[in-house]
Design a protein around this ligand. Sequence first.
Ligand code: PLP
Length: 377
Amino acid sequence: MVDLKSQYLKIKDEIDSALLNCVESTQYIKGPDVKQFEENLAKYLDVNHVISCGNGTDALQIAFMALNLQPGDEVIVPAFTYVATAEAIALLKLTPVMVDVEPHTFNIDVNAVKKAITPKTKAIVPVHLYGQTANMEPIIQLAEKHGLYIIEDNAQALGAETIFSDGIVKKTGTIGHIGCNSFFPTKNLGTFGDGGALTTNDEKLAERCRIISTHGQKQKYYHETIGCNSRLDTIHAAVLNVKLKYLDDYISARQKAAECYYKNLNELDLLTLPQKATYANHSFNQFTLTVKNGKRDALQEHLKQNSIPSIIYYPLPLYKQPAFQQYSPEGFKLQNTEILCNSVLSIPMHTELTEDIQNKVIQTIKYFKNKNSTNHF
Ligand SMILES: *Cc1c(COP(=O)(O)O)cnc(C)c1O
């Protein structure tokens, strides 16, 4: 699904020297690269504060800890997302309230959010799934009207943008109260292991996030609040400082690959291609097809037979995960989420896709379509 090796080889000298510098400096924890990366990312995103941490899941946890919510407070999340979005919420004894997504952008459905708001609701978590911003403008309006926090799950969309109706463009992750980012190797900006960061324009929240991420301490060995130990290792910051310079190129490469898929797959009625929203600059962390007529698994098998990788993100709605049973009454079902779990298929999408590889993917899909055309697609 990805080609991290080729990506590395293109910037090998820079990366190797950054790594070696870090090794020789011996400042493995909170070395100078960490502060430098936080500054660089803040500048890239045009956001006031960046607090690095251990991974994207920790970023979500730290964000919710920073809000000081009470057990039983409700947080609205899409049911069609990676488990991490809701995990921290449950861990902190808050109640994840799962709502449906839109069928073609895959992102949280604003009307469903509206209907889910109760007096106990404290926050909304738009997930910018597959690299495309959720529809933030009406979400902000709802949040303002009801006094809710917005925590953006930006793990898949770092570098993507939201275009507001007045023409203002903002990077995702800088729009709500806190943005949560991941530097897992396959994300838009990936390191050689785990890494994460919180982003915010709110100085008080920034300070709370920073304190919580370092054992609740402001001053060493004086602990103001219960926190956790979640740091971005210097060695990852060193890698990320190099790779951040290429993030826009990486996103352009993804967008170019997406254009090729749009051009060549758009006439196959077996497939629905991902919808690009008018309010979004899509970063295409994934290119996710919806396969009609119950043919998803057959198409995946056909791709596999031809050595083409594909992945189902995600096969189960959150409410069907055994871990989240207690948050969904018996028989709870969300229509679009159900359909998507049974029909989505993400095909190869990364920064190193060549025309040859893409052509093979496209031809293989077309061949499947022809093979199946007697069955009226
Ligand atoms: C990857 C991901 C996370 C978690 O990030 P990690 O760095 O792997 O902990 C959270 N939410 C979404 C939507 C993700 O894709």
